[in-house]
Design a protein around this ligand. Sequence first.
Ligand code: HEC
Length: 255
Amino acid sequence: MSRKVIEIAAAALVIGLCAAGALMIGAKAATPAEDDAAIAKSLATMLRAGRTVISRNQDKINDPKLGDKGLDGKTVLADAVKIYKDTTGVDPASIDANSRHGKLIRMEMESIAEVLDGTQQTINRQGVGFKGFIPAVFGRQVSEAFGRRATGLAEMKVTAPPKLVRNPRARADDWESAVIKDKLMLASWNKDAVFSEVAKSKGKDAYRTAMPEYYAQSCLTCHGAPAGEIDITGYPKEGAQVGDLGAVISITLYK
Ligand code: HEC
């Protein structure tokens, strides 16, 4: 590299650093959109924490010999909160209960407890192995319970690309479908990135976020190959592969 080129590169680096600095300063001022982004991320983190608890206890839930699984609402919520804390460094109980974030995260936590309390008969039934209570079902039921609590304020859904959707209640709406097709499915999409924008939902302006998730090996016993073979849940497998876009957590925060 000639000296001149090095100088230009150095100048470009300085400009780049300044731009990054300006962005960081900008990020510190809590503009409403940043607040929304943080809330959406927090709600998704709690949902994932809950799913992890169900996933870790799946063998126990599926054990036909065991009656009471000890997985009531309170217990599962406490475990989910612990995972949320480990992930974020924040105790959700410390989030101001009067703030929008505080209200929504509490509604979500109540929903987690409600879903588990409502499924006790199913998961504690002796003599039955697979009971159909899996992370996806938990996630849908929590999203639905949350939606009832947060009516007019927020919504949450775990959806997927249209050809993968099993439960019609998880079907993507127009905005979600367009984001999946035009953003998340692009080969150039950064797999760690979420997509957010202010858009309409049910005719109202909302801050909407779509968070992609990709199939892991563990998903493929049900969603993998051979396509069409019936899985343990009674659905035909989709023939998916590790790394395919398999899920989208969609969070809607109404303006
Ligand atoms: C034991 C089989 C099984 C495994 C393993 C499994 N799923 Fe599913 N998945 C299902 C069933 C059944 C549904 C429909 C649940 C319902 O009724 O809402 C579903 C639903 C979903 C949905 C919601 C949209 C829809 O299709 O209704 C997503 C997203 C999803 N699964 C992704 C995943 C991912 C990602 C993994 C791995 C981390 C995974 N699944 C592992 C069986 C499975």
